[in-house]
Design a protein around this ligand. Structure first.
Ligand SMILES: [Mn+2]
Length: 274
């Protein structure tokens, strides 16, 4: 086991409920590495449809609940994303994690801010409903034949918009950090792990867990690092660990969460009516 204990681990954009969510790998990562603070930097959920959550998705949530047990001494923070909006508040009760719009902390004399990043993407803020519709359309398209030319062109256009968005988010975030006198700012939302330094402020994006690159950020005394999760590195160890007591605990947490999800369905209907 990696003896290193990171001060902070940041991951975002897991999109639980989407076919492309790598929840199993994300749980493997959380079990493998050690950290004092975990920041779930938004869009942990793809949408409000809990029926889409698979067993692996519930296991991830069960493990988050385990980590947030005060006995573990780990601070678990959930920062709302655009897909999480409203939902994160409900999940905080089920998973026992505090939810923030943006989270600020000091480490080694530097002010840090974690914010999902949709706040800097004009399209998302002004067209939240449109954006949700776009997401579900995109999820449907992923299941279709990409060789079909009109669809391939549409995906290309979406990707182009995504690239423009990435620049908007980084410049917006850097301005936000300057305004709040922070030296480091962390975002997700773009699904593109990246690092930019400008005028003494560093911007890091944690990428996501829905594409081919599964990425996360760590902070320790040596600085901020972007990592790429490599499944092969983990598979043997995880197979060995995924047995006995660990599994029993995860399953009972899962059963509890699944029980309570009946309640979540009612909340979902209520909020859709508004
Ligand atoms: Mn987002």
């Amino acid at each position: 086991m990696d003896p290193q204990v990171y001060n902070t681990l940041i991951l975002s954009d897991l999109h639980l409920g989407s076919d492309t969510s790598h929840a199993r790998e994300a749980t493997q990562l959380l079990k493998k590495i050690s950290f004092r603070r975990l920041i779930l930097l938004g869009d942990i959920f793809a949408d409000l449809n809990f029926a889409r959550l698979t067993k692996d998705h519930w296991k991830f949530l069960g493990y988050i609940r385990k980590l947030s047990n005060p006995k573990r001494g780990i601070e678990v923070v959930w920062v709302e994303g655009n897909h999480d909006h409203g939902l994160a508040n409900i999940m905080s009760h089920l998973v026992g994690v505090r939810v923030y719009q943006h989270y600020e902390w000091d480490y080694r004399g530097l002010r840090h801010i974690a914010i999902h990043g949709h706040q800097f993407d004009g399209f998302q803020v002004n067209n939240l409903r449109m954006s949700r519709l776009g997401t579900s359309l995109y999820l449907q398209l992923q299941k279709l034949d990409f060789k079909s030319k009109p669809i391939a062109r549409m995906i290309d256009r979406l990707n182009t918009r995504w690239l423009r968005m990435s620049t908007k988010v980084s410049s917006g975030a850097l301005a936000f950090a300057r305004h709040h006198e922070a030296q480091r700012i962390f975002c997700g939302h773009t699904h593109e792990a990246t690092h930019i330094e400008k005028d003494g402020i560093s911007y890091h994006n944690s990428g996501g867990w829905v594409d081919s690159r599964l990425t996360y950020l760590t902070i320790d005394e040596t600085g901020v690092q972007i990592h790429e999760f490599n499944e092969h590195e983990y598979s043997e160890r995880v197979d060995h660990r995924d047995s006995g007591e660990e599994r029993g605990e995860a399953d009972s947490a899962l059963a509890d969460l699944a029980d309570e999800s009946g309640l979540l369905e009612d909340v979902e209907y209520e909020s859709v009516g508004r």
